[in-house]
Design a protein around this ligand. Sequence first.
Ligand code: GDP
Length: 294
Amino acid sequence: MFDALAEKIQSAIGKIAKKGRIDEETLNKGLREIKLALLEADVNYKVVSDFIKDIKEKALGAKVTKGVTAVQQLVKIVHDELVKTLGEKAEPLNLKSKPSVILLIGLQGSGKTTTSAKLAKLLKKQGKKVLLTSVDIYRPAAMLQLKKLGEQISVPVFLEENEKDAAKIAEDALKKAKKEGYDVLIVDTAGRLHIDEEMLKEAKEIKERIHPDEVLFVSDAMTGQEAVNIAKAFDENVGMTGIVLTKLDSDARGGVALSVKGVTGKPIKFAGVGEKIDDFEPFYPDRVASRILG
Ligand code: GDP
């Protein structure tokens, strides 16, 4: 992931470095290359424009620091701008209630069910007692998938296969979690292949009935530019506290990672980096920035 982008940004900076000193013309040329690299990586246009504008202002306005070359200074400016675009710092889960509730929303196929299990395993490892539930009343296969994953990681899965009210299943799961002293309840919801009013309405109703501590929007990194529109639709209609970016391992470009925080203002909290349960990690903006800059 980010390989092509990293290569191009590093090459642009390398060319600037060759010049020795950074005048406005050299900077403009370099920034044009960085801009193209970001657009090719499918980063949202507005995010790219702000990114380039900020770097230019900072680079031209920068006072020369003693012992640091102009290029080193530029690399630092680009690094800081990448970190800012990716979300500044890692944002941990904000789990206050007992039990805490995490609601996962997103399109079908984005990786919600897999992420539910990944998150359950991570929290279990931290010593928390976790309960999983699926409220996908449309696809029995989705409930079965979660049940299997639950068995794999030894986390119980609450299901009401015959209930036709998704919010009611979520409420019943919460009742069980309260009664049985669970620390965390993770609720996997139904998605559709495209943005759909009914799906958003249902997710909102579930949210209103169980008051989750976290509403995590699961975003498939492979969806490119469209991911931003999908994220916006979910944020405006349901509301979210954070984002889980899945399939980062399969996306060579990384555009969604760089766009989604800027467009929604919501932090990327976790990254899915493979199909296996352990292929999951907290999202560290500074590590990603360092990776892009080599
Ligand atoms: P849901 O419909 O949103 O619940 O999506 P699923 O959890 O069923 O995931 C859809 C597909 O994406 C499955 O084949 C998963 O194995 C795969 N998947 C989920 N997360 C990741 C990830 O981080 N990396 C990769 N490579 N595949 C993933």
